[in-house]
Design a binder for this molecule. Structure first.
Ligand SMILES: CCCCCCCCC/C=C/C(=O)SCCNC(=O)CCNC(=O)[C@H](O)C(C)(C)COP(=O)(O)OP(=O)(O)OC[C@H]1O[C@@H](n2cnc3c(N)ncnc32)[C@H](O)[C@@H]1OP(=O)(O)O
Ligand SMILES: NC(=O)C1=CN([C@@H]2O[C@H](COP(=O)(O)OP(=O)(O)OC[C@H]3O[C@@H](n4cnc5c(N)ncnc54)[C@H](OP(=O)(O)O)[C@@H]3O)[C@@H](O)[C@H]2O)C=CC1
Length: 289
């Protein structure tokens, strides 16, 4: 829980009404699976895909979060289902995909938004902490990707995958474990984009900058206060910014895009200060002039 108990990000009511550039039938008749679907970014993707006409299946570890989202989507007239799933368990992932395929008869898009990390200097990572982040973000994403691809291969019909990662191009202080995991996901995605193209499967990543969501609760107030300075636009992004990138990749607009990393960070990969644990004295150049 947050040190100050704050809530961050967009509510279901805001996501239901947010302006979108996408047509209401852009994913008509399709089924989308969204891991971490009741989190901040996954929830926005679920709302957008549902509003584009898809049936959505959202997963996560906490039943009550899933229930609340499914109730809100259903209330708004959308087709939605929630299933508890820890992506770190390969056995659970396989059983989930078998159930979904039986229930829905198809899946067209998988978005891997289950993930996260805790901020800590790398030199102090415990073996258990390292494993938790690698198993969630790299292995969990892989379990979902491979299980989906195997069903698509067996059905003789392709699909597409969108992996939510992190911008890995510069040294993000305090999250080296996640940079290792996400770099793995990016490399993996590019490789299987090639291997799985003959199966009709596209694989892409979306790399968000600082996006206001409930996930921010693991960071301190001081760290969060710096997030607008992570990019030249000097503001944070919203989960809807990421959802629309995922909409572009999943809809026919993304039909010729594979092996790509779409960075949605207000230009943060080119300029900005990123301190997940607060700015260490060593880097305070203003005091050293
Ligand atoms: C360019 C633009 C850029 C922009 C750059 C700025 C953006 C930065 C903001 C990024 C934001 C996000 O990604 S926010 C969105 C993502 N959401 C989150 O990160 C939410 C929090 N994360 C998670 O829940 C996780 O996924 C994860 C960390 C893997 C937790 O997995 P588990 O459920 O296994 O967690 P636990 O059982 O609690 O912990 C497992 C072990 O991990 C370690 N551990 C856990 N929390 C710890 C902590 N605070 N400090 C130390 N160690 C910790 C301990 O060893 C734990 O074991 P014990 O010692 O035995 O307990
Ligand atoms: N917000 C931001 O600024 C940024 C976010 N990202 C990444 O985007 C993704 C989504 O983040 P965001 O929506 O902000 O964060 P949230 O914490 O709001 O959502 C992440 C969701 O992942 C689920 N989850 C975590 N671990 C597991 C697991 N082992 N199995 C299944 N589900 C799991 C959680 O659900 P439950 O607790 O129910 O399991 C949670 O709802 C993450 O990978 C995040 O690191 C990247 C860059 C910046």
């Amino acid at each position: 829980m947050a040190e100050d108990g704050q809530r961050f990000g967009l509510s279901d009511a805001e996501l239901a009404a947010h302006r979108t550039v996408f047509a209401g039938d852009a994913m008509e008749g399709q089924v989308a699976v969204i891991s971490g679907g009741a989190g901040g970014i996954g929830r926005a993707v679920a709302w957008l895909y549902a509003r584009m006409g898809a049936r959505v299946v959202v997963t996560g570890r906490k039943q009550e979060k899933l229930d609340a989202l499914v109730a809100a989507l259903t209330e708004a007239g959308h087709a939605a289902r929630g299933e508890v799933l820890d992506v770190r368990s390969r056995e659970s992932v396989d059983a989930f995909w078998t159930r979904v395929w039986e229930a829905e008869g198809r899946v067209d898009t998988l978005v891997n938004s289950a993930g996260g990390q805790f901020p800590q200097a790398a030199i102090d990572f415990s073996p258990k902490g390292w494993d938790a982040v690698i198993n969630t973000n790299l292995n969990g994403t892989w379990h979902m990707m491979q299980a989906a691809a195997q069903r698509w291969r067996d059905a003789g019909k392709g699909g597409n995958i969108v992996n939510i990662v992190v911008v890995t191009t510069h040294g993000l202080y305090g999250v080296a474990h996640t940079i290792a995991a996400r770099s793995g996901v990016i490399g993996l995605s590019k490789s299987v984009a090639v291997e799985w193209a003959p199966l009709g499967i596209r694989v892409n990543c979306v790399a968000p900058g600082a996006i206001e969501t409930e996930g921010w609760n693991v960071y301190t107030e001081a760290a969060r206060a710096t997030y607008p300075k992570t990019n030249p636009m000097m503001r944070v992004g919203s989960a809807w910014d990421i959802a629309e990138a995922c909409g572009y990749l999943a809809a026919p607009s993304g039909g010729y895009v594979t092996g790509e990393v779409l960075t949605v960070d207000g230009g943060g990969q080119h300029w900005g200060e990123t301190w997940t644990t607060g700015k260490p004295d060593y880097f305070r150049t203003e005091d050293k002039a």
